[in-house]
Design a protein around this ligand. Structure first.
Ligand SMILES: Cc1cc2nc3c(=O)[nH]c(=O)nc-3n(C[C@H](O)[C@H](O)[C@H](O)COP(=O)(O)O)c2cc1C
Length: 197
């Protein structure tokens, strides 16, 4: 895949920036808002998604998501939401050397809805959340997503009064990652259009 190929203006992508933690004092909404505030990519429409707005219980569907047969209204609503996006950014805290269970639960609820979509990985934690990012890699691979090469490693201590205050270079890294998502999205869309029916 040619990562230097720039998408055309007609190839607008809807990107869901998922705030991946749910505890009361969580930092993920502030970091997701900061990611979604990027204005460097004219072909991306960035929207935040808060898992707390999606009433998902711990996975209790009787059938594996790969079959796409959802019994619960909350799963069907989540399916509709995820299917409406072309790409995602996962904003993941590091919890005990991995990413939050709430995010895994949200990912596990669906299957085909994630397929072939670019994904940016944003970790944060006491040492940048790199273990959360690395733990996400095999999961997004299993879900047949296309990870952007650039990942972000952020500090929760830079959240001040509900806003993420970036360190030097972090806004540039954000733009690079989102540019890669735009390019991956355009390439994926072209491949889909050229695939035999
Ligand atoms: C259950 C739990 C486990 C954590 N484990 C780690 C860890 O393994 N490595 C790390 O760097 N930070 C760890 N932290 C610190 C978090 O990354 C940090 O508090 C972050 O803000 C949590 O995200 P949240 O505020 O959105 O919940 C942990 C925090 C919690 C609540």
């Amino acid at each position: 895949m040619d990562l230097t190929h720039a998408p055309t203006a007609s190839q607008t992508l809807r990107v869901g920036v998922i705030a991946g933690s749910t505890r009361p004092t969580r930092r993920s909404p502030a970091i997701a808002r900061w990611v979604a505030d990027d204005t460097s990519q004219p072909t991306l429409q960035l929207h935040t998604i808060d898992l707390l707005d999606h009433d998902l219980s711990l996975l209790s569907e009787p059938t594996a998501a790969a079959f796409g047969e959802y019994e619960q209204a909350s799963t069907r609503a989540w399916s509709k939401t995820v299917a409406s996006y072309d790409a995602f950014v996962l904003v993941a805290a590091e919890y005990n050397a991995s990413f939050p269970a709430a995010l895994k639960n949200a990912l596990d609820h669906l299957y085909a809805e994630w397929h072939h979509k670019p994904v940016g990985l944003v970790g944060y934690g006491m040492a940048g959340g790199l273990l959360a990012v690395e733990a996400l890699r095999p999961v997004v691979a299993e879900l047949r997503m296309h990870p952007a090469p650039t990942t972000l490693a952020l500090s929760p201590h830079r959240v001040d009064d509900g806003r993420y205050v970036p360190a030097d270079g972090e806004a540039d890294a954000r733009s690079t990652m989102l540019g890669e998502i735009a390019t991956l999205g355009a390439a994926t869309r072209t491949a889909d259009e050229e695939a035999p029916a």
